[in-house]
Design a binder for this molecule. Structure first.
Ligand SMILES: [Zn+2]
Length: 161
């Protein structure tokens, strides 16, 4: 399981990133990726609670980062849709269509969750009420971010680094 380094900043504090690609670490990428983190927690406003940030990122890494974020968001819906489609296809052919579709959906969902834990994204951002969490897969990137943002709080193994 890959280790993730989480740092939080107060919402009102604009984050400063090191001048290197947030995904591959290449210095001076001369490009930025705009990331949007929607507020999806129950009882919170999507409009006022959501957060967007621009991060330094190579063009190629930017495409991969956006694609991964999109697929990660859509995967649960695609799995449910695939399970329903499988159920409809098998319904007229076998009496066990329901259990087969449920089992296939459960396997697909577990595989997706295991993939997310084993291969977390290089960078992710998540808004909270008063703080924004920035997650880095690379400890060097997390430490550089911490140095540039004195008000950020680290959690996990980065606190002792
Ligand atoms: Zn890159």
């Amino acid at each position: 399981m890959a280790e993730i380094f989480r740092l939080t900043l107060p919402r009102e504090e604009p984050p400063k990133f090191p001048d290197c690609c947030i995904v591959c670490g290449r210095p001076e990428p001369h490009h930025q990726a705009s990331l949007f983190a929607g507020e999806m927690r129950r009882g919170h406003s999507f409009l006022s609670g959501s957060y967007s940030v621009k991060v330094p990122c190579c063009v190629g890494c930017s495409v991969r980062l956006h694609t991964r974020r999109l697929l990660s968001g859509l995967a649960p819906l695609l799995i449910v849709g695939g399970g329903v489609a499988l159920l409809l296809v098998l319904e007229s052919r076998t009496k066990s269509a329901g259990p087969i579709a449920w089992f296939a959906g459960a396997i697909a969902l577990l595989t997706f969750l295991a993939w997310r834990v084993a291969f977390p994204p290089a960078f992710s951002v998540e808004p909270d009420d008063q703080y924004v969490s920035f997650e880095f897969r690379d400890v060097g990137m997390a430490q550089a971010f911490r140095r540039l943002n004195p008000r950020c709080q680290a959690s996990g193994s980065l606190t002792s680094a």
